[in-house]
Write a protein that binds this ligand. Structure first.
Ligand SMILES: Nc1ncnc2c1ncn2[C@@H]1O[C@H](COP(=O)(O)OP(=O)(O)OP(=O)(O)O)[C@@H](O)[C@H]1O
Length: 291
């Protein structure tokens, strides 16, 4: 069996007595690309930080490449790239100095790739010699991504990587992610609030709710196999729908249930009298799952 890239078992984490991660059991397989979704404060950053050993857990175990995260070898560390939500770049350095410094820390470093990304992502000679503190938020985020890609990590973790990028920047980043990073078989985990970006990358989506991963599935499978079913109470009860992802009672007494369906279920529901069956958007699904 291939060793999972990430294994989290029974992980709990609370802040001031308030649970943020509650019995997280999660595995990420080599080559998986996962978009992590959840409302503000759902615990995405906390999950990522505990996963990478940047934050201690209260309970449970975390392993990366089969090694306990608390005692990760240098070799395993070099296989990971991380773009934090808040810039952690050394602001008193210039981009050239920062990249030269990080190059000394890694056994592998792709100079040609760094040069190409710098050129394509707007770092001309002047910007490369400017203090990082004086770069814009978006430029700092681009630099943070270049730093994380330079050593060609096998596990790339990005916490809202596009939050301060302009639409062009987002597109360029996604192109890099899809064309190069994912193409090389990199395992990628990225949190995002921009649902339309997920549709451009063929990914699994994982929804965080109540301290754990409430639902995870390939995005296309999820969209094809989820329906909103609406009808009155008696009709809905007769359908015997199981495992609703979300349920709403309308003012007219009708109910809508969002549920995963097999193609056979979908046909059966569409043929049922007095029932409306609709496809849902990713935004609808986000709302239902994280409600
Ligand atoms: N260092 C800390 N001390 C106290 N509470 C914290 C700390 N870090 C996070 N929290 C709390 O934990 C909860 C989860 O925060 P986290 O940053 O993991 O959420 P998130 O899903 O990444 O949110 P967002 O989408 O807004 O970035 C929040 O309620 C937050 O206030």
């Amino acid at each position: 069996m291939t060793t999972p890239v990430v294994t989290m078992k029974a992980v709990d984490k609370a802040f001031g007595g308030r649970p943020v991660l509650a019995n997280v059991n999660w595995q990420v397989a080599p080559g998986q690309v996962i978009g992590l979704l959840g409302r503000n404060g759902a615990g995405k950053s906390t999950l990522i930080e505990c996963m990478l050993g940047l934050r201690e857990t209260d309970r449970g175990t975390v392993a990366l490449f089969g090694e306990p995260v608390a005692r990760l070898s240098e070799a395993a560390r070099a296989r990971i790239g991380y773009v934090p939500q808040r810039s952690d770049l050394f602001e008193w350095l210039t981009p050239d100095q920062l990249l030269a410094y990080f190059k000394t820390l890694y056994p592998r470093w792709n100079d040609a790739r760094v040069a190409s990304l710098l050129a394509r992502w707007g770092f001309d000679a002047a910007a490369r010699r400017q203090k990082i503190a004086t770069l814009s938020g978006g430029q700092q985020q681009r630099l943070s991504i270049i730093r994380a890609l330079a050593h060609e990590p096998e596990l790339l973790v990005l916490d809202e990587p596009v939050a301060s990028l302009d639409p062009m920047g987002r597109r360029e980043f996604l192109r890099e992610l899809v064309g190069d990073v994912i193409g090389r078989g990199t395992t990628v985990l990225f949190s995002t609030h921009i649902l339309s970006d997920l549709e451009r990358v063929a990914v699994d989506v994982a929804f965080m709710k109540e301290g754990r991963i409430a639902l995870q599935a390939p995005l296309d499978e999820l969209m094809e196999g989820t329906r909103r079913v609406t009808g009155n109470a008696a009709t809905m009860a007769a359908l015997g729908l199981q495992s609703a992802l979300g349920q709403v009672r309308h003012d007219n007494g009708f109910f809508s249930i969002v549920t995963r369906v097999t193609p056979h279920d979908a046909e059966r529901l569409e043929a049922a009298p007095g029932v409306r069956v609709e496809a849902v958007s990713l935004e609808d699904l986000f709302e239902e799952v994280t409600r």
